[in-house]
Design a protein around this ligand. Sequence first.
Ligand code: NOJ
Length: 533
Amino acid sequence: MVHTDAWWRDAVIYQVYPRSFADSDGDGMGDLPGITGRLHHLKELGIDAVWLSPFYPSPQHDAGYDVADYRGVDPRFGALGDADKLIAEAHGLGIKVIVDLVPNHTSNEHEWFRAALAAGPGSPERERYIFRSGDQPPNSWKSVFGGSAWERLPDGDWYLHLFDVSQPDLNWDNPEVRAEFLDVLRFWLDRGVDGFRVDVAHGLVKEANLTDWTTASTILGGLDPAGPPPPMWDQEGVHEIYRSWRKVLDEYPGGRILVAEAWVAPASRLARYVRPDEMHQAFNFPYLDAPWKPAELRAVIDETLAANNEVGATTTWVLSNHDVVRHASRLGFPAGTPRMPGIGAEDPQPDSALGLRRARAATLLMLGLPGSAYLYQGEELGLPEHTTMPDEFREDPAWERSGHAERGRDGCRVPLPWEADAPSYGFGPADASWLPQPATWAEYALDRQQGVPGSTWELYRSALELRREHGLGSGSVVWQDGGFAFRNGDVLVLTNFGPDAVALPAGARVLLSSEPLDGDGRVPTDVTVWAAL
Ligand code: NOJ
């Protein structure tokens, strides 16, 4: 595959969640050699790049988003040499590799935090984090995972943690912190990575006075576009950091990229992260959050395309990731159901057939849009959320910190099924699996779907092939009159949200359809069709 330096503008990027992709040694936890061993499947699927969630040394209090050493590999996942092999193997297959960078906070086991604890109040070591003294918490900020965002030490100092108590926030006013991350970028760029997904990209800089903020810090639920900017998110100062990072990336050949995980609204505000001298991409969470309703989807598509055009960036699209209920389950609830922080056995359950039908239609709609698309491992198998996981298995810190009010994100993180009849459905050589796999996993296994016409795997594979063939990623959206349909180059993308089947325009030749058309060649409800005009 030949990539230009702007490969990312129309790339399909597949998120690998290392804990749950493939386990090479049978300990029940996925690992880097496991990923390397299965890269050829991703080649077959037809993606352009993988993004790997964190695999660095970490006590795993937030599944690796609590990093203890930014320049290593956790022994659970392998060794540094395994990362090198993975990168080399992926590149050999024409697949780019993006790694996760977590700059908002470290683990409390990072050597800097240990030094800060040991050095005591007022020390330069504490200046790398956000410590304050006093009898009361310095302000009313809440942790995203529930409870106060401040933790008190026995010596009386408080430290800020916008996430888990084991994830102290770094102080980005400290030049030492800035220098350290420039060096971490170079460390991985020198090893050949093609870019970084930047965790909590809108959170690094806090408002100088740490002004009170009583509203819950629900970054994973989106921000109120109408309200004032919260003092911990989307502060002006973050942009100068990304400009300095961009300069480093631009020193390297081949188009190395930065992608922002920034829960910022409205779209025009998010587009500021992808101005020409900052990041390359930002996740389009308003699209992920949009209900299965034509007017809302069309509005989000138009708004995000326009906002990104304004700054000369392409738009990204995403439906699932490791933080949200998988779209094959989300779409099995009535359209417009508010975002759920996880689903448990006692909660209302989705209609799984409807969810999968709509998920396939939603994916085909997404892949028909110009720009770059992000896929989350398992969606190409039509995997649903594990919605009945026994609570005793839950590891997401949000479960405990919310006082069991939020079930959390474990349900979308269950290890993948590769082979229907193998132990752990082929996730690893043994039965072990760090989260239990539902008994229904066999029917989703890759080996049950490969070469099977109409399977979700074959739908994704065909879609990616046609997307490339017709240049959909670098095309444009031209809305058509009546119904939900747009033209992208020579392809008509039509989704039927209505109760009755709809006819295609005369002369349209069907290229791909998320479900079979009816006997009269019409598009049934909750189906997307790509047709050549
Ligand atoms: C966003 C990540 O995607 C999520 O998994 C993590 O818990 C938080 N950032 C904190 O790092």
